[in-house]
Design a protein around this ligand. Structure first.
Ligand SMILES: Cc1cc2nc3c(=O)[nH]c(=O)nc-3n(C[C@H](O)[C@H](O)[C@H](O)COP(=O)(O)OP(=O)(O)OC[C@H]3O[C@@H](n4cnc5c(N)ncnc54)[C@H](O)[C@@H]3O)c2cc1C
Length: 402
């Protein structure tokens, strides 16, 4: 069998580009494999532009692409109680996908990696490898055969789960007439928004200057809103909560991120590995995915380059983190804990650096117990006890998910 490549990477989003970069890094652990990246042409399959935030200590590999970074964070309780904390050695970083894509694609081009425009219809095992089948923009069929396929296309259905919530949001990049933002401090969660009947909502502000910011309205709830409802919610947050005054909306971004205690499979075939959000990189309780994608693609590229079985790569979120998330999702979904006071209390009583490490699954068991003691213990215990008794069900397909 002659292979078109050693590895076909399906999707040129955060996971696909990060993996292709690591597979072809000239300083990597072993000779670089031949890589082809396949990306959907402009159209319904292509993921829209987005903004990724993540945190890390000190300098990081994407620092020269960042739009902003901060050493402080704010949280507002529903009654306006303000928590304003430094993040210790960590920095909260904002990266826009357009910049990341441009830099990564230049880098891959310089290394001779082909990025092929094709809508992938299937990625299936063949003898000793796998093949990707799809169509180009003109509808012409093509096939790519390789030893491995790493697929980041969002799956059509979410996994069977006891609890499935959605983190869904719309944001406006705005400029204001008056200086309305403190560029030194983003607002991570602002619970002064009207709360939905089930789940929770909050505002989110990434300030770029006294006059510019990305302002978002977010819900953790069972279903998405209409376009009009998002627009009214962001408008209400800008006008009534932040009181920004006269403003201009420069652009919008919107998203739906599943928050589920279901297990995403890590492969769809012997030689077809699932990566990124499709491969379970999203932290169920927060929706943060970008940093986990970096850990996942680093480990996977290391295994593929050195010939180790990819099955040896540990799951990106450990058992303890997933178990705690399952309890929290259940407690939020049943309304046993009230989201606004839950998160405000945690951010007020736990040092922000520890909270951020906790959200990355990087705290010790003792630290986790300490954090657990600052949550409403009884509702959390009830949710814990109840979980094994609940059936796992497959949720309906989510509209607008990319
Ligand atoms: C608006 C938004 C904001 C987010 N903000 C954050 C954040 O601040 N921090 C964070 O940690 N996480 C965030 N997330 C969650 C997560 O980090 C992102 O969804 C991230 O883009 C996931 O990367 P991915 O590579 O798994 O998927 P994607 O980036 O969606 O990449 C999938 C790729 O597959 C391609 N594709 C899809 N179908 C086909 C097909 N049939 N054929 C060929 N190609 C196909 C798409 O074009 C895309 O390039 C955000 C998500 C959204 C939607």
């Amino acid at each position: 069998m002659s292979w078109d490549a050693d590895v076909t990477v399906v999707g040129a989003g955060a996971a696909g580009l990060s993996l292709a970069d690591r597979l072809t890094d000239p300083d990597g652990p072993a000779p670089a494999p031949r890589v082809v990246v396949v990306e959907a042409p402009a159209g319904p399959h292509r993921a829209p532009d987005r903004t990724w935030c993540y945190w890390e200590a000190g300098d990081g590999p994407f620092d020269d692409m960042l739009t902003a970074s901060w050493a402080r964070l704010r949280v507002y309780g529903s009654e306006g109680h303000l928590v304003d904390r430094t993040t210790g050695p960590l920095r909260y970083k904002m990266l826009r996908s357009q910049r990341f894509t441009t830099v990564m694609r230049q880098r891959l081009r310089a290394r001779g990696v082909e990025v092929r425009r094709m809508t992938v219809d299937s990625a299936l095992d063949t003898a000793g490898g796998a093949e990707v089948r799809g169509r180009d923009a003109a509808g012409q069929q093509s096939v790519i055969r390789s030893r491995w396929v790493c697929d980041s296309r969002p799956p059509p259905y979410l996994p069977a789960a006891r609890t499935t919530l959605l983190q869904h949001f719309r944001g406006w990049f705005v400029t204001t007439l008056r200086p309305a933002f403190d560029p030194a401090v983003p607002v991570l969660m602002d619970f002064r928004t009207p709360q939905p009947a089930r789940g929770l909502s909050f505002g989110y502000v990434l300030p770029l200057s006294p006059h510019e910011a990305l302002v978002e309205y977010t819900e953790f709830s069972p279903s998405v809103l209409s376009a009009n409802a998002y627009e009214s919610a962001v408008r209400h947050y800008c006008d009534e909560v932040l009181r920004l005054g006269e403003l201009r909306v420069l652009s919008r971004e919107q998203g739906v991120i599943p928050m589920t205690d279901g297990r995403f499979p890590r492969r769809s075939g012997r030689r077809v590995l699932l990566i990124g959000g499709a491969g379970g990189a999203t932290r169920p309780s927060t929706g943060y995915t970008f940093a986990a994608i970096q850990r996942q693609t680093e480990a996977l590229a290391g295994a593929l380059r050195t010939g180790l079985p990819p099955d040896g790569v540990p799951a990106v979120h450990g058992r303890r983190a997933r178990a705690m998330d399952a309890v929290l999702l259940r407690a939020l979904d049943t309304g046993r804990v009230e989201g606004g006071s839950f998160f405000t209390r945690l951010f007020s009583s736990v040092p922000t650096e520890r909270m951020l490490r906790f959200l990355d699954g990087a705290t010790t068991p003792w630290e986790d117990i300490g954090i657990g003691m600052r949550t409403p213990v009884l509702p959390m215990l009830l949710s814990l006890v109840e979980l094994p008794l609940l059936p796992r069900t497959v949720p309906a397909a989510v509209p607008g998910r990319h």
